[in-house]
Design a protein around this ligand. Structure first.
Ligand code: ATP
Ligand code: MG
Length: 561
């Protein structure tokens, strides 16, 4: 399990912040420059948010800058749609790159020049082996690799072939440029890694100019150096690449000497946090898109009603360490609920309506009752809620034969209608097949506002809407996409999909003030959870997403611990 620190307000010191502090103290650096380097081949997920908040966070804390850098070296998978979505999401999370937005592709010329430098220094060669042969020659973790028969080409021949690769004279995959390091190295990444491959495919930014593209390993560190990044922060899967990162920086005439530091990636139970898997969910139409409210993408969370503050709070509680762990999904929910409890306004909505008629309330009469928008915050103000003879209440709030501890409605029982009156249920009307169809009640006009002048108490308070004034709406309830806590992380993840991850309630009734709601703003529906208006809502046919329920299972987990 990852360590979770939710007791301190300040961001806890971690090994990366300590390193940066030491580098400033020793005078190694006078200004800190970090970068967040997404590949524009998908939308950002909440794992990326950890990296974003770390990179932008340390830059801000230490008075430095953070670049937004698109690692756009593989046009086969990249797209302008993703570039736009990434910018929108980083901005929405509250991170400001100012004018420091860069593209690895802006350096293609410079990177090409570095490749020729390596060839001239006898440290890179053009290889004619096929991809399969290269794999066979590479050896294994226990066996050394073998030298390619093309490894000892002359500098002239290598330059000539590399220029022909660039000119488009060979087919895709026919040749590659490799670093000449050590085929017997204990680190497979140093066994003559591929630096350039032929790919005759237009690039979203450079068009048809290039027929060869640098690999991640060749582009990343050199781009860091060109941008004068001081601390290149990435996830642990790149730890084994660091010797190659350093080798290239040492062997090339780069303008600065960045250092790479690795931290553990974020994993969450019942959640897939891998762009590759999320891409499959989207492409196979198992979700409605990248911003499906069930997706752990930044855009999905936004559409579900999760505020950026809650995401920032969540990632700030994660330890930045070198040990992998899995965080409970309940902890993310806890952070969302915690924020929304303080900030979301309250409204009344009935998700599964049951008709309630107040027999002693005058027909045709409507009263405007005053309801507080937030119980803990007077500044949030009040609103008017219409009350009339026919109401809807929640089906779950009535039981025909209730146990003693059921403090809601039952035959002969009295409850408080929130912001309104006490009502007593006198009669239950059923349809032909015995389903409860309607409750016949009486109200006590003396209890306006929810208190009885004679001091009598009721145990339960339930929410309601006026039938004549309520707006019909649909509500989507969401459950985790994966049933098994580990399900989202396995290769078999598609078999683990939760068939009940979305439950649509088509016949809800919400109070009229919700017609003025704005898309994406979370509100608490009293007693049922936090919800927000979906982007697909149209006036008169509102659709609400449940952001998170009210029950805090994480608080319970913590109590037990
Ligand atoms: P994925 O691994 O999900 O396919 P990726 O690593 O391919 O994503 P990139 O666009 O390369 O996605 O990632 C940009 C940055 O975000 C990298 O520095 C990467 O280390 C970091 N990152 C990606 N996933 C996570 C995660 N789950 N937790 C923390 N940081 C992450
Ligand atoms: Mg990656």
């Amino acid at each position: 399990m990852s360590k979770i620190d939710d007791t301190t307000e300040e961001t806890p010191r971690d090994f990366i912040r300590e390193q940066i502090q030491a580098d400033l103290d020793s005078g190694k650096h006078s200004e800190i420059v970090t970068r967040f380097p997404p590949e524009p081949n998908g939308y950002l997920h909440i794992g990326h948010a950890k990296s974003i908040c770390l990179n932008f966070g340390v830059a801000q804390e230490f008075g430095g800058v953070c670049h937004l850098r698109f690692d756009d070296t593989n046009p086969a998978k990249e797209d302008q749609e993703f570039i736009d979505a990434i910018q929108k999401d980083v901005e929405w999370l509250g991170c400001d790159w100012g004018d420091q937005v860069y593209f690895a592709s802006d350096n293609f010329k410079q990177l090409y020049g570095y490749a020729e430098d390596l060839i001239r220094a006898g440290k890179a060669y053009v290889d004619d082996l096929t991809a399969d042969e290269i794999r066979d020659y590479r050896g294994t973790l226990t066996e050394p690799g073998k030298n390619s028969p093309f490894r000892d080409r002359t500098v002239e021949e290598n330059l000539d072939l590399f220029r022909k690769m660039k000119a488009g004279e060979f087919a895709d995959g026919e040749r590659v440029l490799r670093a000449k390091i050590d085929m017997a190295s204990g680190n497979i990444n140093l066994r003559d890694p591929v630096l350039y491959r032929i790919l005759k495919m237009p690039h979203p930014r450079t068009g048809d100019s290039w027929k060869i593209y640098p690999t991640y390993d060749f582009a990343h560190g050199q781009t860091d150096a060109i941008e004068r990044i001081t601390h290149s922060l990435c996830t642990l899967e790149f730890e084994d690449h660091r010797p190659l990162y350093d080798w290239l920086i040492e062997n090339l005439p780069v303008p600065s000497q960045p250092k790479q530091y690795e931290f553990s990636r974020l994993n969450i139970t019942n959640t897939a946090l891998s762009k590759r898997r999320l891409t499959q969910l989207v492409e196979q139409k198992l979700v409605s898109g990248w911003d499906d409210p069930r997706m752990p993408t930044v855009s999905g969370l936004r559409r579900r009603g999760v505020p950026p503050e809650a995401i920032r709070d969540f990632v700030s509680r994660l330890a930045i360490t070198k040990s992998e762990g899995v965080v409970e999904a309940a902890m993310l929910d806890h952070c969302i609920r915690d924020y929304l409890n303080q900030h979301a306004e309250r409204r009344m909505a009935v998700l599964r309506p049951l008709k309630l008629v107040i027999e002693n309330y005058p027909e045709g009469q409507t009263e405007q009752l005053v309801a507080a928008n937030h119980p803990g915050n007077e500044a949030a103000g009040t609103r008017e809620v219409p009350f009339s003879r026919v109401l809807y209440v929640e089906r779950d709030d009535f039981m025909e034969d209730p146990p003693k501890k059921f403090f809601r409605l039952g035959p002969g029982r009295e409850v408080r209608l929130r912001f309104a009156y006490f009502v007593t249920c006198n009669e239950v009307i059923k349809d032909a097949s015995g389903n409860v169809e309607e409750l016949r009640c009486t109200y006590d006009p003396e209890t306006k506002g929810g208190n009885a002048p004679d001091g009598r108490k009721v145990r339960g308070t339930i929410h309601w809407v006026s039938a004549e004034h309520a707006i019909p709406a649909e509500v989507n309830l969401y459950e985790p996409l994966f049933e098994d806590p580990e399900g989202g992380n396995s290769e078999e993840f598609l078999k683990n999909l939760n068939p009940n991850s979305m439950n649509r309630l088509p016949d809800c009734m919400v109070e009229p003030s919700l017609s003025e709601g704005t898309v994406g703003t979370a509100i608490q529906f009293e007693r049922t959870g936090y919800f927000c208006l979906d982007t697909n809502s149209e006036y008169g046919r509102m659709l609400f997403n449940r952001t998170v329920g009210l029950r805090d299972t994480w608080a319970k987990v913590k109590q037990k611990a």
